[in-house]
Design a protein around this ligand. Structure first.
Ligand SMILES: [Zn+2]
Length: 364
């Protein structure tokens, strides 16, 4: 039986304070604590959440510190760590516009790192990456539901691949014709939220039904549960692999080591990681490891989570979280994240929470 080892990690951001450490200690520095764990893997996959370039201009959508661009030397670190596939379908790779995005793609290509989910045209951005490893053909597709002013690929225009369920299902079916296995990388979810969005859970299951075997989610900066569905596995959020976030929970992430065959997922191991003060991911051992694995409860009874009430609560949390962030950051850019429909569907939850607070205050 043909089989390969496939490793997946979460968001990789190589500028800001991570960039400062790279400047001081070299491009390999962010991965020094972890690269032994990659030994023996045929495919090492991650989500590159920044551009790599010296060109371009920061997007006006974000405050300055939220536009991510790393120095071209960082690509050496990625290469030497062993990364050979990176998803670019996310809300930060195009922060510095077309030149920086195309530089990123060129730099990865010239260093033997394949990319998926962005390209010089729509055709390139939405095309599956098909790899032939040990005679096993594996197709990888990558999409982002998070846009935040991103450059979206359209016809001959460069950019990232925006998620549309209909198109994704079609692409998965087509990729299944050309490959033994289909893996989908999804940049989705709500920042700092430890539960997946119900609509995304539904999409993930439909993608497995269409022929994908593995859905790899990232973006929320914290870890979320995994779900076994039919013959597939859905990882809702891997968390930050290399990032300089400091909010609660953002220091923990998950790394998955899969053995994949033409039959699907043979086995997998979950390796909890915790970042140190230098933003390097380190393997968590002992009691803490057990606790993370236990807390990261698998969604067993998926149906019960997929109720209208749950959806409303999640939307409500989304609205409240965005309001909180907007007030905290004294900017309105978080408010752009939700539409009016979401707001109204969340209203009952918000009213409920306000009433709850008033009653508690009255009693207290
Ligand atoms: Zn993101």
């Amino acid at each position: 039986m043909k089989s390969i080892k496939f490793t997946a990690v979460g968001d990789i951001m190589l500028c800001r304070s991570v960039g400062d450490f790279i400047e001081k200690y070299g491009p390999q520095f962010p991965f020094e604590t972890i690269k032994d764990q990659f030994a023996g893997s045929d495919i090492i996959f991650g989500n590159l959440e920044c551009s790599i370039s010296e060109r371009g201009f920061p997007s006006k959508y974000w405050p300055a510190h939220m536009n991510f661009r790393a120095h071209p030397k960082v690509v050496r670190g990625l290469k030497e760590a062993g990364f050979n596939v990176l998803s670019l379908a996310n809300n930060h790779v195009s922060n510095y516009g077309e030149d920086a995005l195309l530089d990123t793609i060129r730099l990865l290509q010239s260093n033997g790192i394949s990319h998926v989910g962005a390209g010089a045209s729509a055709h390139e951005a939405y095309a599956p990456l098909i790899l032939n490893q040990n005679n096993l053909r594996i197709a990888i597709l990558a999409y982002s539901t998070i846009l935040n002013g991103s450059r979206i690929a359209k016809n001959e225009k460069s950019g990232i691949a925006q998620f549309s369920l209909k198109k994704a299902l079609r692409s998965i079916k087509a990729a299944r014709e050309k490959a033994d296995l289909v893996v989908v990388s999804m940049h989705w979810g709500i920042d700092y939220e430890t539960t997946p969005v119900p609509q995304h859970m539904e999409c993930a299951r439909q993608m497995i039904d269409a022929g994908a075997v593995l859905i790899i989610g990232h973006h929320p900066h914290v870890i979320q549960p995994i779900e076994r569905y039919m013959n597939g596995l859905i990882i809702y959020s891997l968390g930050n692999f290399v990032f300089d976030d400091s909010l609660e929970g953002t220091d923990i992430s998950l790394m998955f080591n899969f053995t994949l065959s033409d039959e699907g997922i043979e086995k997998y191991e979950i390796i909890p990681l915790e970042k140190n003060e230098y933003h390097q991911p380190c393997v968590v051992e002992g009691r803490k490891r057990k606790k993370i694995l236990l807390d990261k409860t698998e969604i067993e009874n998926s149906e019960s989570m997929n109720t209208v009430a749950f959806a409303r609560e999640m939307n409500g949390k989304f609205v409240l979280l965005n309001l909180k962030l907007s007030l905290k950051e004294r900017s309105l850019y978080h408010l752009k994240n939700f539409d009016i429909k979401t707001f109204f569907s969340a209203l009952p939850y918000i009213i409920w929470r306000l009433l709850e607070r008033m009653v508690l205050q009255y009693i207290g």
